[in-house]
Design a protein around this ligand. Structure first.
Ligand code: ADP
Ligand code: MG
Length: 763
């Protein structure tokens, strides 16, 4: 007997059977290079083939499992274009149907009359009641072999199939010795959460026997993610307390000079926030400031950051402000440079497109340790720039709270003369207070809950597909009168299943998972092998394009989600050929995105079709209309964020949410958007309706390089679970702050690894 090979989680995937260089490369596109990463590639759904339907129950348009006896010899008929179709009759106890296979003539040799098979198939019924099945999987039923009930569906990349993925994962898991896995969750924590061990969880998630298994696996890994996050936050806070920051001095009279240079009076909320910042920075004990300034778009966070920068430079230190994109950095520079020049403080803009000579000049200034205010992108700290006298780091629009980056930042400063810089984070994502205390537990939070006077309200409408003509008319009118229009779509290209930058795929996948006993309509995934599976298993998939054809032919599936690329093309060629339409999405490079955004900001583009990448705040005061397609697919906070892109100038502005969703919850959620423009109220509602998952940093987020890669926590619908994780993390660090106990070694290793990754992303 050949002994089972043994794998460790750090082995490269290429060590697994059947995984050559080509496939390893394809896996790398999914961020899978090691065995450990492979087994953490969770299914995004399952086919419940164990839930067998009788033909009488088969509903039009539904995909399900049927166990049938082949009734007639299959016959193949040629179609135009070199295609063919093979058909035969099949029966169960209660009825009969026609099985239809496109371009699979060899199915004849498999489907012998009288033999019994399990088919995973989509059903159609003609008006006369004739039933046709379009199988995408065929497994022979024999008395020797029990057929598996659940088939995992994995997120795939080009060159990979479901069959390959599940075989590879099976090989990996059976080759791992359970006791060699280093448990991240200490036993006591597992007990509190009531979750199983790591190995058991892999089995449950990849090869479930029933729904309870799926739940068990999911709950375990979700608890792990929440707990790790809570630990990182807790550890960050503890580490910060040990840091030593520059102690600033500034009398009120000197600070008043700053206030006198502002073109407006501060709101009460701004004053409160600035006082808190002053108190942090003047703190004689030298504990570094780590403050989050949270406020809705347009609430005036920038001036609070400016106040902190002013104090820093006046005290002889350097300050950097980092924005997520070049265009935002440039915008900050334009807004702030005049103010600081008036105060006699030098401001420099340093981004990827700064010319070499200019870069060198600025590097020189930085190296000279001259007091200075530098504005740039997040790349600022990663270009090997030595900031010898870094006193304050400000980061803007950190939508998903980069907890690892924050701690890496503090570490970076500590390398400079042992000084930890103060950190100020600005975020426009309103989160309910209860949640902020946990998700940003390492930060002190200031909330700007008041808008500067005289802001206009954006009128919001929710419309269905039947209003398309009128909507187009409205878009036309906006552009004609000199305005500009944003149109946001949930996907990049039509073949995509879900938004790649907002929601994560697992979230979508699991929502598609039916509740117990309900029908399973999860579509068959893009599998592109034809042929018989492992010997005796008779696992069989249709090629991908075929599958699409079958879907189209039946024509009953939901209308596809609007995708940015295709929709932009349609607008450009059919609907508004007279206007300038461009698109922008997360798969474009930063430079491409910036170019399009710049064109839009300059008024050279009338209609900008995009995915949620534009969520991050570029200011285009001339934009008057925000249209969100398939609006029910977005979180409310996200919609609120998108709406904040318009109404920034003097022109009356509108937000149109397009949705065909009829569900009670979807309708209720979208109506909230009509009712209020208060981001906190919206966030609170979102939290109640969907749980804290939407507020968690998500896996698919492009801005999250080196960040926490949450895969499951995005589906967390239970705030209690998050609270429990946080309480447990605090308790654990109280008892064992350095994580020296052997029981915590797996946890320590994992946290260190996450920290390393966060630092690496900065360097
Ligand atoms: P955000 O919080 O979205 O970053 P900004 O700081 O960019 O908001 O401020 C939005 C606009 O409001 C800017 O044009 C800014 O000059 C203006 N602003 C900020 N504070 C006040 C205030 N207290 N009174 C009047 N205008 C203000
Ligand atoms: Mg801002």
């Amino acid at each position: 007997m050949i002994p089972t090979p043994i794998y460790s989680v750090s082995d490269p995937v290429s060590k697994l059977p059947g995984c050559g260089p080509k496939r390893a490369e394809a896996l790398a596109k999914l961020n899978i290079t090691t065995v450990g990463e492979l087994i953490r590639h969770y299914p995004r759904g399952y086919q419940n083939r164990g839930d067998v339907r009788s033909l009488k129950e088969a509903a039009h348009g539904e995909t399900a499992s049927f166990v049938l006896t082949v009734g007639t010899q299959p016959t193949t008929v040629r179609l135009r274009g070199g295609k063919n179709v093979t058909k035969c009759r099949a029966v169960d106890d209660e009825g009969s149907c026609t099985l239809v296979f496109f371009n699979q003539p060899y199915i004849k040799d498999i489907l012998r009359v009288g033999a019994v098979f399990r088919f995973w198939a989509k059903a159609t019924r003609s008006r006369q009641g004739a039933l046709e099945l379009y199988p995408t999987a065929v497994e022979q039923v024999t008395e020797y072999k029990r057929l598996r009930g659940f088939f995992p569906l994995y997120p795939l990349a080009a060159g990979l199939t479901q069959k390959f993925m599940s075989q590879l994962i099976e090989a990996a898991i059976s080759g791992i010795q359970p006791d060699k896995l280093e448990e991240v969750l200490p036993e006591s924590i597992r007990a509190v959460f009531g979750v199983c061990g790591e190995y058991e969880a892999y089995r449950c998630l990849h090869f479930p026997e029933n729904f309870a298994d799926i739940d068990r696996g999911r709950t375990r890994f979700m608890a792990e993610e929440l707990f790790l996050f809570a630990c990182s936050v807790t550890r960050n806070r503890e580490t910060r307390k040990q840091g030593c920051a520059p102690v600033m001095k500034m009398e009120s009279s000197r600070f008043d000079v700053f206030l006198q240079h502002l073109p407006f009076e501060l709101t009460r909320a701004q004053s409160r926030t600035i006082s808190a910042i002053r108190k942090d920075m003047l703190n004689a004990s030298g504990t570094p400031m780590a403050r989050l300034v949270q406020g809705d778009v347009g609430s005036g966070k920038t001036v609070c950051a400016a106040a902190a920068a002013y104090m820093t430079v006046r005290n002889g230190w350097q300050c950097v402000l980092m924005a997520p994109t070049e265009i935002l950095a440039a915008q900050h520079y334009r807004d702030l440079a005049p103010l600081f020049e008036g105060l006699g403080i030098e401001v420099e803009l340093l981004t990827g497109s700064t010319r070499a000579a200019e870069k060198h000049r600025i590097y020189g200034l930085i190296a000279s340790e001259k007091p200075l205010f530098v504005i740039g992108t997040h790349a600022l700290l990663s270009e090997g720039v030595e900031l010898g006298r870094l006193g304050l780091v400000i980061t803007d629009e950190q939508h998903r709270f980069g907890v690892m980056q924050r701690s890496a930042l503090a570490g970076k400063g500590a390398a400079n003369h042992g000084v930890t810089p103060h950190v100020l984070v600005m975020s426009a994502t309103p989160i309910p207070r209860t949640l902020a205390l946990i998700l940003c537990g390492d930060l002190d939070v200031s909330v700007i809950d008041e808008l500067p006077p005289g802001r206009q309200r954006v009128d919001t409408l929710v419309v269905g597909e039947e209003h398309r003509q009128r909507l187009n008319g409205f878009i036309d009118a906006q552009v004609k009168s000199g305005g500009q229009v944003y149109i946001v779509c949930p996907t990049v290209e039509s073949k995509d299943e879900a938004d790649e930058e907002g929601a994560d795929f697992l979230h979508m996948g699991y929502t598609a998972l039916p509740a117990r006993g309900e029908s399973n309509s999860t579509p068959v995934d893009a599998a592109n092998t034809v042929g018989i599976g492992a010997e005796g298993e008779n696992l069989w998939f249709l090629p991908e394009d075929m599958q699409r054809k079958t879907e189209k032919q039946q024509g009953e599936s939901k209308p596809p989600l609007k995708s940015a690329v295709d929709y932009a093309e349609k607008l450009r060629t059919e609907v508004f050929p007279q206007y300038r339409t461009e698109f922008v999405h997360g798969r474009m490079t930063g430079a491409e995105k910036d170019r399009v955004m710049r064109e839009f900001a300059a008024g050279n583009v009338d209609i900008l079709v995009s995915t949620t990448v534009i969520e991050v705040g570029v200011n285009v005061p001339n934009a008057t209309l925000m249209v969100v397609e398939d609006a029910d697919r977005f979180g409310l906070s996200q919609l609120h964020q998108l709406r904040g892109r318009v109404g920034r100038g003097k022109r009356k502005s509108y937000c149109v949410l397009v949705s065909s969703a009829k569900g009670e919850n979807a309708v209720k959620r979208l109506n909230i958007m009509k009712k209020t423009s208060d981001g906190y109220e919206i966030a609170k509602f979102d939290l109640e309706m969907r749980g804290p998952g939407d507020f968690m940093p998500s896996a698919g987020n492009a801005r999250q390089h080196g960040e926490f890669r949450f895969k499951l926590a995005g589906m967390c619908s239970d705030t209690g679970l998050l609270q429990l994780a946080y309480a447990q993390a605090q308790q654990l660090f109280e008892g064992d702050p350095e994580l020296v106990s052997p029981e915590h070694s797996g946890l320590k290793k994992k946290l260190d690894e996450l920290f390393q990754r966060g630092s690496a992303a900065l360097n």
